[in-house]
Design a protein around this ligand. Sequence first.
Ligand code: ZN
Length: 269
Amino acid sequence: MRVHIISDMEGVAGIVKWEQTGSGEALFEEGRRLYTEEVNAAIRGARAGGATDIVVMDCHGSGKGSTFNNLVPDLLDPGCEYVVQEEWTEYTGFLEEGCDAALLIAMHARAGTREGVLNHTVSGQEWQNLWFNNVAVGETGINAALCGQWECPVLLVTGDQATCDEGRDLLGDGLTTVAVKRGLGAFSARQVPPQRARLMIEEASKHALADLTAVPPYDPGRPCEVMVEFKRTDPVDRLRRRPGVEVLDARRIVSRADDWWTAWQQFFF
Ligand SMILES: [Zn+2]
């Protein structure tokens, strides 16, 4: 069984502040360690659930050389391989070869979610909102659509309670979720301590792989419109001559194509 673990940093138990997730910050090394150990828990659970091939892909932009490179290499469970990509959604090789399931670990809620710890979508500085065929989505939706492009279902989402709710709303009740904290605001939460959170994630990873059909692969629809509302006007300026991309107004663009992946690539890279 081939399992893709796609992970972010904001949804880790013990992480509630940007200083724990940003390159060069005093708390960053602690954050990386908490993050790596949580991913390790998912690896152990996946293996117990039958995974033979596990590839981990870090999707957290922490800045400088740590971006998508946040896992502490020599802390990482040796029973996996891991990808360091240069741009988010760039690596699709494992999915293209055929993947049975994806587990999304330590995700965060989409921008504008009141009780979403460290909530944002893609870029807190530039992005306000994102829709796939008029359905509001966050990064869980992006990763799920990427997996769905190659028929791979997302079976587990972990993070705070708001992230779990967002995942179930989008992917259905067959989704297994683990809430390791309940947000009280953007930078505050009531949390499960990391050591217990890891046990919960290990068990849920194993459980989620018991039924590979519990969640259908996510397809936002064909044809597909990806609409982005930016916070500023300059990202729109940069996209105004892109084929397939229409500027709707000063801060919104829409990218249209026959399928989600084509629409995404037209404007994102
Ligand atoms: Zn992140």
